[in-house]
Design a protein around this ligand. Structure first.
Ligand code: DP6
Length: 334
């Protein structure tokens, strides 16, 4: 049996945000979420189990991972080993197809690619839903990157979390959406999403209201997607992001991800809209602004964002496929 495998996953950007957990140890979300998987930004990962290793070896973008990341990956591999009845440690090599300096490297594509590569290398046969549920243990947003296009994550109701996984809503080629990513800073984010959402849940007086608002946003987003109604989807997208950030800003001490260019880019999106271009903004656990529009408007949106004060560059990403297996010899590229 070959004990190695390689996989690639696209990152995803949530249109209805996940921000809060109902169980931290199993990484169960407190509410559902909905996202768009991207073609251009993602992670390629190769895993090889090797009996001669006495610990997991993790390499990211050609260099040894820091201790914290290596521990997180080893913990995830323990889940795969337990399922497969395997004790061998693994050699993991992973590369992000995102400008690392922009702080866009994402745990979503990383754990989706790792989940597929590691389960295959361990000889496990898993369904896409089982893979999504497994990827969630690594990072909540990773559960969504198992699928391409528009994807919904279910929070599930079971204590063991086996029903907390994602399912696809619309394939990547079914709607010519684009996400224009305005990079507004270099370097890593101030506070990671895991820590920030826990802090928000414990200290923000708006947290309960935020969680209570998610189901209605999901229903509205689902209906908008079924009708291919960008305006309706965009309204929910912007509302969900602003509510998530408002909730985090109300934490004690506050979690503020924005910089002046974030607001300037948001303003640009509003001005474009006032001028008749249907474009809607979302922001994650960082200062970058992601603008949702259709392909036909993406040049106009890209140019306007690039001309915005403080915006360093703008990437345009199309909807992309779910996680895919690569030939194991793709390792050479890593
Ligand atoms: C703002 O998936 O990174 O991007 O489950 O703790 O790994 P963990 O959190 P993570 O959180 C993503 C937060 C977000 C919104 C989203 O992607 O839904």
């Amino acid at each position: 049996m070959s004990r190695e495998a390689a996989a690639r996953a696209g990152t995803n950007i949530a249109l209805v945000k996940y921000w809060g957990k109902r169980d931290a140890s199993l990484n169960l979300p407190a509410a559902g979420s909905l996202s768009l998987t991207l073609a251009e930004l993602g992670t390629t990962t190769h895993v090889r189990f090797d009996d001669r290793l006495d610990r997991d070896e993790v390499q990211l973008n050609g260099v040894a991972a820091d201790e914290r990341t290596a521990r997180r990956v080893a913990k995830f591999l323990d889940l795969v080993r337990a399922q497969a009845g395997l004790s061998a440690r693994a050699h993991v090599r992973s590369r992000n197809q995102v400008p690392t300096a922009a702080g866009l490297a994402s745990s979503a594509s990383a754990f989706a690619a790792l989940a597929l590569a590691a389960t295959r290398a361990a000889g496990l046969e898993v369904t896409p839903l089982e893979l999504s549920v497994l990827a969630r243990r690594g990072s909540g947003s990773a559960a969504r990157s198992i699928y391409g296009g528009l994807v919904e994550m279910q929070p599930g109701t079971r204590a063991d979390g086996v029903d907390a996984g994602a399912h696809p809503l619309l394939p990547p080629d079914a709607w010519d959406l684009r996400l224009c990513v305005a990079i507004t800073a270099t370097g890593a984010k101030a506070i990671g999403s895991t820590e920030a959402m826990d802090h928000t849940a414990r200290t923000s007086p708006y947290y309960a209201a935020w969680i209570a608002s998610v189901d209605a946003d999901l229903a509205a987003a689902r209906a908008a997607i079924a009708a291919r109604d960008l305006r309706a989807l965009g309204v929910v997208t912007e509302r969900s992001a602003l509510r998530m950030h408002a909730c985090a800003m109300a934490a004690d001490p506050a979690v503020v991800y924005w910089n002046p260019a974030t607001l300037a880019a948001l303003q640009t999106v509003h001005e474009l809209r006032a001028g008749g271009v249907p474009v809607y903004a979302t922001m994650d656990a960082g200062p970058h602004v992601k603008a949702l529009c259709v392909q036909a408007d993406s040049d106009v949106v890209q140019r306007a964002l690039a001309a915005t004060a403080g915006v360093l560059s703008v990437l345009v990403a199309a909807p992309g496929p779910g996680v895919t297996l690569l030939p194991a010899d793709a390792e050479g590229a890593l």
